[in-house]
Design a protein around this ligand. Structure first.
Ligand code: ADP
Ligand code: MG
Length: 697
């Protein structure tokens, strides 16, 4: 294992070694994911402010930052501590107010003595027709030679962290910057006018104009490139590593697959057949398979997975299918086990809830080869789980798992073939860069006979109307999902919203007709509710977004999504994908909380107009501004701190080529100057997992 280079040690010191940071601020910084000076340095300003030097604020527009000399006229304390404390001041033309909250009177008297002159800087506002500056950033005596920064960085903040703290600690962190060997090709650097790494950080943290906070600023662009390049280098290393790995030839007889296909009550689509062939060929090769199966929601990935697993069983091996939630594991088990039984293949599930004797029994059976196909949550990759002869591992809904976990899986079984499946409809160029180390298969068509889902957008003050319609619909034997949104990422609040809705619907539709499922329930309870819903005993299933991925109840044909405006488009598309799976007409009701913003309306209309996941992803991307982290998190794309993958696709391309080229020339990253320099970058960008892959290879 490689150790972190000494030259980078200062950047990994504790935060408290910086000016202005004590243990309490250190703790609060975690709210910005800042744990060491390096993190601080990689937290770039989100914007900047310009301070205008003016003689008077008379007629000066609100919202701007000014620097102005004033004479202090009088103090007007607030009636209580909660009300504003005003200090009336006069510049060359007009008088205006300085406003303070929760500030000690004697302190203000000292810094703003009546009759004296002071230089003030802050944001100018208009309140009740009078100009004011709330909590000026600077109060300086004219004789003091303190320089007011005319342009200043604005940082993202979190509770307890102010701009002042950020600026001060960054100033101190910038002193720690080492001079590092360059990892970027000189020609690229020159053509883009990129500065050195340490210079680039100084430039972005000490901006002197608007340009310096724009993503196109060369110093910022360079730092984006660094981040993308480090990521691509990791993927490229994984790719080379995979290609080197000797696999086993797994050649099935085709018998089990053929019998299972006979048992299906539908015909495979053309793309399903093609994918199964692709995978079969990969399995038969003496190399390790590493393939991504991409297919929109409802395109039928599960059956492709199952038939592929059967190929492995035909060859005398075992297979494993990993899914992100217990609900999904249960569902896969219920769908696949009956077919397994018919063709003589043992299908079993393993999740975190298997404990004690039950778990021991399953583990023993697995080791003896008595279980052919294991379905489970990530529990299937815990230590203690051993197969007799594992040949194929499949990860369902891979976007729920991170790149790290994907790479870790690749290391697990030396020669196990790996297939990952995802419904994330991302444009091909992004897919290639995100899954740069993999081969790609796409399910392009959907099973025949699907009717389009009718999507409507309705204000939530018409929710009673919807409930009435729902009542009529369930009387006619229809079934519905009712999804409540994630409230501020808090599972507890989340759950309360769903619980309230559940109670209200039960009162309206009847006790036995409505079920509730959410993340705080234990697995057995969840299963029971899901089972009742899929068997039609429950007509309406109220849930949080736990149903988002992969849940398949073909008889459900209505989905109501509350606060639809709060969801990302990709997620709404996934949710809507829960219906339209059977042969009956389906509908999706997007309830929004009025008033809907113009942008919100445009986004929701995209869903109304198309069901094509790729098209939705593309439009979503066009509409999204830089740094929309929520959307990024939901789409399963890797999170970048600096780079903006929606607008810097061109940089990804360059980074990918660079990374692959470097590895060809310098497979150990020890032979060339660029290779060694790139090692530093991997450390800086938290991609040290790459070294493990390098040493494995
Ligand atoms: P996803 O790709 O979203 O995981 P699933 O594998 O859950 O989709 O399949 C969605 C539904 O379509 C399931 O009920 C499945 O049985 C059904 N299905 C899959 N393939 C076909 C097909 N070729 N023809 C008809 N129905 C199919
Ligand atoms: Mg699925």
């Amino acid at each position: 294992m490689t150790n972190r280079p000494e030259i980078l040690f200062p950047l990994h010191k504790s935060l408290t070694s910086l000016d202005g940071i004590g243990p309490s601020i250190e703790r609060k910084m975690r709210g910005l994911s800042i744990e060491k000076p390096l993190d601080l340095l990689l937290t770039l300003p989100i914007s900047g402010i310009k301070r205008e030097l003016v003689d008077t604020v008379f007629m000066y527009p609100s919202g701007r930052y000014v620097v102005v000399e004033v004479t202090i006229v009088r103090h007007q304390p607030g009636r209580s501590k909660q009300t504003a404390y005003k200090v009336i001041v006069q510049d060359k033309e007009v008088s205006f107010n300085l406003v303070f909250f929760h500030v000690r009177k004697d302190h203000l008297n000292k810094v703003l003595p009546v009759g004296e002159k002071r230089i003030i800087s802050g944001k100018l506002e208009l309140f009740d027709g009078i100009q004011q500056i709330v909590h000026p950033d600077y109060i300086i005596q004219p004789s003091e030679k303190i320089e007011i920064k005319r342009f200043q960085a604005i940082y993202p903040l979190t509770a307890g962290i102010t701009q002042k703290i950020m600026r001060k600690s960054l100033h101190s962190a910038l002193q720690l910057l080492p001079e590092l060997e360059e990892w970027i090709d000189p020609s690229l650097k020159k053509s883009r006018s990129w500065p050195d790494w340490s210079k680039a950080l100084k430039l972005v943290h000490e901006p002197t104009s608007e340009e310096a906070v724009a993503p196109t600023y060369p110093a910022r662009e360079r730092l984006s490139y660094d981040e993308l390049y480090a990521h691509q280098l990791t993927l490229a290393i994984a790719r080379v590593n995979n290609r080197k790995k000797v696999g086993r030839k797994t050649v099935g007889t085709g018998d089990l697959v053929a019998s299972a296909v006979d048992e299906l009550d539908f015909k495979l689509t053309k793309s399903q057949k093609v994918s199964i062939e692709d995978i079969k060929e990969d399995l038969a090769k003496p190399f390790k398979m590493n393939r991504l199966l991409q297919g929109d929601v409802g395109s039928g990935k599960t059956v492709v997975a199952f038939l592929s697993l059967l190929s492995a069983v035909e060859a005398g091996g075992q297979g494993v299918l990993m899914a992100p939630t217990e609900i999904l594991v249960q569902q896969h088990l219920e769908n696949l086990r009956p077919i397994g039984n018919k063709v003589g293949v043992v299908v079993e599930a393993l999740t975190g809830r298997d404990r004690g004797k039950e778990r021991d029994r399953k583990l023993a059976a697995l080791l003896e080869g008595k279980i052919h196909i294991l379905i489970g949550t990530h529990a299937v990759f815990q230590s203690g789980v051993h197969f007799l002869d594992l040949r194929l591992a499949i990860i369902d809904e891979q976007h729920r798992f991170g790149v790290r976990q994907r790479l870790a899986l690749g290391e697990k079984g030396q020669s196990v073939d790996v297939l990952v499946m995802t419904a994330t409809p991302i444009p091909r160029s992004l897919a290639l860069s995100q899954y740069g180390e993999m081969d790609l298969t796409v399910l392009t068509d959907k099973p025949a006979g699907r009717k389009p889902v009718k999507t409507v957008i309705i204000s939530d003050n018409r929710v009673n109307e919807i409930v009435l319609k729902l009542k009529k619909a369930i009387d006619k034997k229809n079934q519905a999902y009712w999804v409540c949104p994630l409230i501020e990422e808090s599972e507890v609040l989340d759950y309360t919203a769903a619980e309230d809705r559940f109670k209200a619907l039960r009162a309206n539709l009847g006790e036995g007709e409505v079920g509730l499922v959410h993340g705080q329930m234990n697995s057995d309870e969840k299963d029971e509710v899901m089972k009742k819903f899929s068997e039609g005993e429950i007509k309406v299933l109220v849930s949080t977004t736990v149903i988002e991925v992969g849940v398949d109840v073909p008889s459900a044909n209505i989905i109501v999504i509350e606060h639809a405006e709060k969801f990302g488009l990709a997620q709404l598309h996934q949710l809507r994908g829960r219906v339209g799976r059977g042969t009956s007409e389906s509908s999706c009701i997007l309830l929004y909380k009025a008033p809907l913003s113009e942008n919100g309306e445009r986004r929701l209309s995209i869903l109304r107009e198309t069901e094509d996941g790729f098209k939705i992803a593309e439009l979503d991307m066009q509409m999204r501004g830089a740094g929309d982290m929520i959307g990024t998190a939901q789409s399963g794309l890797p999170r970048f701190r600096i780079a903006d993958i929606y607008h810097q696709e061109h940089l990804i391309d360059i980074a990918q080529k660079d990374a692959r080229l470097l590895l060809e020339k310098d497979p150990t990253l020890r032979l060339t100057k660029k290779g060694n320099a790139s090692r530093n970058l991997l450390w800086l960008m938290g991609q040290e997992q790459a070294f493990r892959l390098l040493s494995v290879g």
